[in-house]
Write a protein that binds this ligand. Sequence first.
Ligand code: GS8
Length: 219
Amino acid sequence: MAAVKVFCYAISTASIRVILCLEEVGAEYERVNIDMATGEHKSPAHVAKNPFGQVPAFQDGDLVLFESRAIGRYVLRKFKASDVDLLHGSSLEESAMVDVWLEVEAQQYDKAIFPIYYQAMIIPCFYGGTTDEKVVEENLVKLAKVLDVYEARLSQTKYLAGDFFSFADLSHYPVTHFSITIPQVAALFDARPHVKAWWESLESRPASKKVAAKIPQLS
Ligand code: GS8
């Protein structure tokens, strides 16, 4: 069986989400680098795979997908094993909780933390520009409120969807991997012991360590 292909860029958080899913399930895959620095993500060949001209894209035979969370679900379903089902598809209730916290990740967490990451790291390190501190400050306030909800949740269950690691937790890894190096973000985590312990448990997973070793540092 030909390996699936991920069209990705090393510091793209959405690309890292897909790679992490593949590593968690131990699937064979091929990484195809799309050089965002030269605009390759806007090339006709890539736009044919992702019509928004973004990374990642994904190919399994004739099937071509985009949107990292949808790709992640496909990977986790396709390579699901009895001991690795990060969607908890065999339980209606557990899979519903995974869906709830995946939505929270996409609609609340990412919407607050991504602008901080973009302003504090991508703009200065990738584009050589100046951080808009107002955007950072506004989103730190939003992130603090989101993390208050997480702290309450994680004081009841070990992981977000329950006492089991799931795609909902995994999906937080990429942007947090970078953003935790921003002192104001680290301070928000440090002030919430359950959130901090949860993050440490995500970071210490073998798949996370393997993926992190290949992510270039942004500085
Ligand atoms: C977001 C992809 C995205 O923003 C997903 O796959 O989850 N909702 C989509 N990709 C960024 C790189 S960060 O991962 C990207 O390709 N940006 C270039 C652009 O928008 O032109």
